[in-house]
Ligand binder design. Structure first.
Ligand SMILES: [Zn+2]
Length: 699
């Protein structure tokens, strides 16, 4: 057995803020640390289950909440690195450990003696004199066990265990296949001719990508989302756009070792089998039972309501783009790889607004400062950069966060730039949750993004979308940092999936405020604030191309919902299901799904968003309404509203039921009309479908 000096996971962490000692951690430490962590957790569970004393909240629920800490510590580091700074060795460990962890957690939830104690407490919960958070923890623990199959027969439990393990292996493979396809594609654009149409900052991003990859070409395009979207928006080379777009679309769909299509069919079959064992008609019924929406019918109603309006807008946009293409001399019908290119041209002609006009005003550092400023105005937070804290990659930056009273709130880590070994997309995660059960434990939160890094010595300039992504993930970050709960499993973002995007999407609203733009959107060379005329254009263009965005998002959300709504046995054909859904909703040929089934990481890389991709729009319904609460006061930083927001949403974690939390903040539930209005989808010809004002609330 290794000692603490040989394996940093076996001893205490003594560095600043007890952050993981990244410089000492090597891939070889994970396997033994996982083994030790699981063994310790098993021993703790055995002790709780075999306790001769009659079950109490303290000896069962609190003890359970306190168990598995060693395992949590290694798992937090491992999963963060597996996403943001992976390598072949970590990937091999991931494939091996994912099913083992699934087996480990299944052994706990299928422990009949342990469940009998929890069930006993749950039955008598009204008489236990628990405070509201303790009661919530008991109910959540009980529900988690029931949803994992604890109340089923031995035989059914055993089958659920097998299913979970198999799913863990399949979803890991899914994710790695997508990453491999992403890494396998590089489009060299070394020659001038290949860079036709690209503005200077796009050329710089392509140069930086080439350098990062040690490429023989001076400039390359990879499948990193921000780089390829840049290329598709500006490249005048239709042939290269087509080539890059197809590679992007075909991730996970190419015959061979990285083909995800068969994997997905098995994933879907196993998920519906598990739902059936638990007594649900479909996986979607099972999944949505524990959300704010509550049922597939409620989700479908919202999605299809917005779809009708979105489709009308998307078709109108398509006709305009076709006209732009014709004026440009094109003798073809526009294809999905043309949409962004002609949309940018149209945007320029309609609003005289060009992405490259905005970028010089959005240097990364200023956008970071803007996000900190808003957190300061709303919640009194202050951020101080720390250079003495170990990080897992030189690009990672660390800030200490303090409250208005100077108290230490937590640590905020940010990892902004794309790297070949980083999963695509943007996310927030934590190395440590806030809690009070083990003393006053302060959180360590991380934001991970994939911005294209500028060349050495140049500031990284963001697109407006990138800036919005930064605000979005920072909103999640605040949800983690401001968490004020006793029990770690109720901390921060551990809320229902259709509620978790409220703090993040709400935070995006402040980016477009005059206060933020005038103060922080300053030209990186001259320091001049963004001109009023440009801000006005930005506002006017806010609903531009929203038919497209709505259609590409909703087509993915509906394909997800349909794929997970299957009932009955047999292995489905996911690709056929996708075709059926797209045909039913009549997605225009010129628009591709935002995430097609074979690389739909949200729903197949793990269970997070399975039957839950709708959550973004559900949360949008909430965030549109929540920001209105500020606007109605005439002050986007209204202190009373901000205080209520902190109390009921950002600090509440999962202490409170989401619907109750929202009602406490706003006094009522929102309607979907706010989404239509925000996206500019309400106009004369959509009125018929879009004016029906319905309150979408759960039963
Ligand atoms: Zn989010």
């Amino acid at each position: 057995m290794a000692t603490a000096s040989e394996n940093p996971f076996l001893g205490p962490w003594t560095g600043p803020f007890a952050v993981p000692p990244f410089e000492q951690i090597a891939p070889g430490h994970f396997r033994p640390a996982f083994e030790v962590g699981m063994a310790a957790h098993r021993a703790e569970i055995d002790k709780i289950a075999s306790n001769k004393a009659k079950p109490t909240f303290a000896n069962t629920i609190r003890a359970l909440e306190n168990s598995g800490r060693e395992l949590d510590r290694v798992a937090a580091v491992f999963w963060n690195l597996a996403g943001a700074e992976s390598n072949d060795e970590l990937q091999a460990i991931e494939r091996e450990i994912a099913p083992k962890l699934a087996e480990h957690s299944n052994a706990i939830t299928s422990n009949a003696v342990l469940f009998a104690r929890i069930d006993d407490l749950n039955v008598s919960r009204a008489n236990l004199k628990l405070d509201p958070e303790e009661l919530r923890l008991l109910e959540r623990k009980h529900l988690a066990f029931v949803r994992a199959g604890a109340a089923l027969s031995q035989e059914a439990k055993a089958r659920i265990g097998e299913i979970k393990q198999r799913l863990a292996a399949l979803t890991t493979q899914f994710s790695q296949n997508v990453l491999m396809d992403e890494k396998a594609f590089v489009l060299p654009i070394g020659g001038e001719r290949d860079r036709a149409g690209l503005p200077e900052f796009a050329v710089a991003a392509a140069a930086a990508a080439a350098k990062e990859l040690d490429s023989a070409a001076s400039h390359v395009i990879t499948l990193n989302r921000s780089l390829i979207e840049l290329f598709l928006t500006f490249s005048a080379r239709r042939d290269l756009r087509e080539q890059a777009f197809k590679a992007w679309q075909q991730r996970g769909e190419k015959p061979g070792s990285t083909d995800n299509r068969t994997l997905i069919n098995e994933i879907l079959a196993l998920r519906s089998e598990r739902a059936a064992l638990l007594g649900y008609a479909s996986y979607a019924d099972f999944k949505l039972d524990d959300t704010m929406a509550k049922s597939p019918a409620a989700v479908r109603e919202m999605l299809e309501h917005v779809w009708d309006a979105g489709l009308i807008a998307a078709k109108r946009e398509r006709d305009k783009l076709q006209a732009v293409a014709a004026r440009d001399g094109a003798n073809f019908g526009i294809a999905p790889w043309d949409w962004r290119y002609y949309a940018e041209k149209l945007r320029k002609s309609e609003f005289d607004l060009d992405e490259s006009d905005l970028k010089p005003y959005l240097p990364l550092d200023q956008v970071i400062a803007a996000s900190f400023h808003v957190a300061g105005r709303l919640f009194g937070l202050a951020f101080e950069e720390r250079l003495d804290v170990p990080v897992y990659h030189p690009d990672v930056r660390t800030w200490e966060v303090r409250g208005a009273d100077g108290r230490h709130v937590g640590l905020f880590l940010a990892d902004y730039f794309g790297r070949p070994n980083k999963r695509s997309g943007a996310w927030m995660s934590e190395f440590r949750n806030q809690e009070k059960l083990a003393g006053n434990v302060r959180p360590i939160i991380v934001n991970v993004m994939n911005f294209a890094k500028a060349e050495d010595g140049m500031p990284t300039l963001l697109s407006f979308d990138d800036a919005r992504t930064l605000f979005h993930e920072f909103g999640h970050g605040l949800h983690g940092l401001l968490s004020d709960v006793t029990f770690p499993s109720l901390a921060g973002t551990s809320v229902a999936h259709d509620f978790v995007e409220l703090p993040s999407q709400l935070f995006e609203h402040w980016l477009s405020t005059k206060d933020v733009l005038k103060t922080f959107a300053r030209h990186y060379q001259t320091g001049e604030p963004m001109p009023d005329a440009l801000i006005e254009k930005l506002r006017a263009a806010r609903t531009f191309n929203q038919g497209f965005h709505t259609a590409e998002y909703l087509s993915s959300a509906l394909v997800d919902l349909d794929a997970h709504s299957l009932s009955g046995k047999g292995t489905p054909d996911a690709m056929q299901l996708q075709s059926q859904t797209l045909a039913r909703i009549a997605l225009p040929n010129e628009i591709a799904m935002r995430h097609a089934t074979p690389h739909f990481q949200h729903i197949y890389a793990n269970e997070g968003y399975a039957a839950g991709y709708y959550s973004y729009m559900w949360s949008e319904m909430l965030d549109a309404d929540a920001f209105l609460a500020f606007e109605e006061t005439g002050d986007v930083y209204d202190p009373v509203t901000a205080e209520s927001l902190l109390k009921n949403i950002y600090s509440a974690g999962n202490r409170v039921d989401p619907e109750a939390a929202y009602l406490a903040f706003r006094g009522r539930l929102p309607t979907v009309d706010g989404v239509l209005k925000q996206r500019g989808l309400v106009s004369a010809d959509t009125k018929a479908t879009a004016s029906a004002s319905r309150v979408l609330h759960s039963k």
